[in-house]
Design a protein around this ligand. Structure first.
Ligand code: XBP
Ligand code: MG
Length: 240
């Protein structure tokens, strides 16, 4: 029986990576006087590392103009990352990021049918707050039984920690839940927690392989639209 739907955020709820996080990282680099710019193509590679601070650290390893010592790099990443998140929040508050098609309809359907909802993301809490306040209004938290962010689950996807914590906080078993993801790392995380997972491809993962997905689509609206009935049939088909 389906009791809970667990949402990934970046790429799944909105196209945040290309138009939000990437742009915000570049603002933070410029503000710090660093000649670093992440273009749309390079950011595709950088996304293999989940977590903004971790992504900055991975990038520094390939830059000859980055600080040489590990401790200095860590300190610089810790300085840049909150500034990046502040720029991201500004951009989102200005309405710079639109919700992906079908997301709000499916969220409303869950609420109407008493299916609990949770968020399991590797992004910072401040980013989730900024994005959902902009998309759903200031009372957005009332829609979710659990909101698990990077601060709660420091082991980033593909580690299943965020999903396990979301299940635990809701008191739901893996076979009673369904996850929605857009990335191979997100899918791996959900599957490693024992949760069936549907994938809507986002801009950066159009050609990625998604082995083990319950279904794979370009979005939640392409006919037939993803409804709770469709998700329920995927869960029961998997023996859940
Ligand atoms: C997205 C991420 C995040 C964002 C940046 O994960 O990997 O790191 O790119 O956010 P998900 P932070 O799709 O699971 O939400 O800078 O806050 O890490
Ligand atoms: Mg994602």
């Amino acid at each position: 029986m389906l009791r809970a739907l667990i949402w990934d955020v970046d790429g799944t709820v909105a196209e945040t990576e290309r138009d939000g996080h990437r742009v915000a990282f570049n603002h933070a680099f410029a503000e710090a006087g660093l000649p670093w710019t992440w273009d749309v193509d390079e950011y595709a590679e950088l996304l293999e590392v989940t977590g903004g601070r971790e992504r900055i650290l991975a990038y520094m390893r390939r830059r000859s103009d980055a600080p040489a010592g590990e401790a200095e790099r860590e300190a610089l990443a810790r300085q840049l990352h909150p500034r990046k998140n502040a720029f991201y929040a500004e951009l989102v508050a200005q309405g710079g990021i639109a919700v992906r098609p079908g997301v709000l309809r499916l969220m409303d359907e869950c609420r109407a049918e008493g299916v609990a909802q949770a968020i399991a993301t590797t992004t910072s809490r401040a980013n989730v707050e900024a994005l959902f306040a902009s998309l759903l209004g200031s009372d957005w938290q009332t829609r979710f039984a659990a909101v698990v962010c990077a601060e709660d689950a420091p082991a980033k996807k593909p580690d299943p920690q965020a999903y396990r914590l979301a299940l635990q906080r809701m008191g739901v078993l893996p076979q009673e839940a369904f996850a929605l993801e857009d990335s191979p790392n997100g899918l791996k995380a959900a599957r490693a927690a024992g949760i069936a997972c549907g994938v809507t491809r986002s801009a950066y993962f159009t050609d990625a392989r998604f082995e083990g997905a319950a279904w794979l689509r370009n979005d939640l609206v392409a006919p037939p639209p993803v409804t709770l009935a469709l998700i329920r049939s995927a869960v029961s088909g998997l023996g859940g």
